[in-house]
Write a protein that binds this ligand. Sequence first.
Ligand code: GLU
Length: 310
Amino acid sequence: MSPTPAPYRGRFAPSPTGDLHFGSLLAAFGSWLLARQAGGRWLVRVEDLDPPREVAGAARRQLETLSAFGLHADEEVVWQSRRGALYQTALSRLLELDRAFHCHCSRTDLAVAAGVHRACVARPPRPDPAVRLRVPDSSIVAFDDLIVGHYRQDVARSVGDFVLRRADGYWAYQLAVVVDDADQGITDVVRGADLLDSTPRQILLQKALGLPVPRYAHLPLVLGPDGRKLSKSDASQPVDGDRPLAGLRAAWLRLGQDPAVLADCEHLPDLLARSVAAFVPTAIPAQTADARELSFASVTMAGLGAGNGD
Ligand code: GLU
């Protein structure tokens, strides 16, 4: 008899480096839709691990914006800044297993190898070494993304031994995300395609720590009019929490869904209920090579024009 699959648990995990922009709304709405349609739970985790890049008040505003869009977490919001003890336990285990090591190399030392660490260069020890995961040669990781399809990376060649705890003492995203996804029982990681190439590192870490590997789905990115990815620190394009219907319609369209389904919805609960009922995951477009096809301007204008205002 095959084991009963774990009940679906998804999440949205913004870093508070600015207000939510359209790309974050897409990740929030896409992960929410997939969780709701699977009858699962949807969690929110604030990834406030990097105080130098954090914008004061951004986390609170992001949570308020999610609420304004009717996207409510099913469990209490988790804050990474309060979970150092969990990350320390995982790091100690990797050090004990000799899967991780202290590294005294500087950025300048690694510049000749385009930042890829394969072996420490001889240099006087520094008081604040980073800790890296030891990535053996030919560490090839492959997985089947639910949207992008098969993806394969030679982690040793592309990124090398990667940082788990930074020289400045802060936890690295790769370690924290793996520990938290496992601790929160996340079965499905749905996020932007900008993190596709981080996934092999996360799978290596899950295996090193003996943790389950969740399913992955990487949503298409939303690019600015100049063809560059929008980042949360690009404060020019925050989503408007006062006009949730327009924002959700635009995200719905970018997720490859039929705009007619939501065209005559005038109330947020109605729009959300209809979107869950009509959502077709297989229609989500995979990230394409041609960046300009995904222009923020064209998606937003089409979404805003697709129905009633808010
Ligand atoms: N905190 C990351 C971001 O805001 C997302 C991490 C994830 O979804 O794994 O880009």
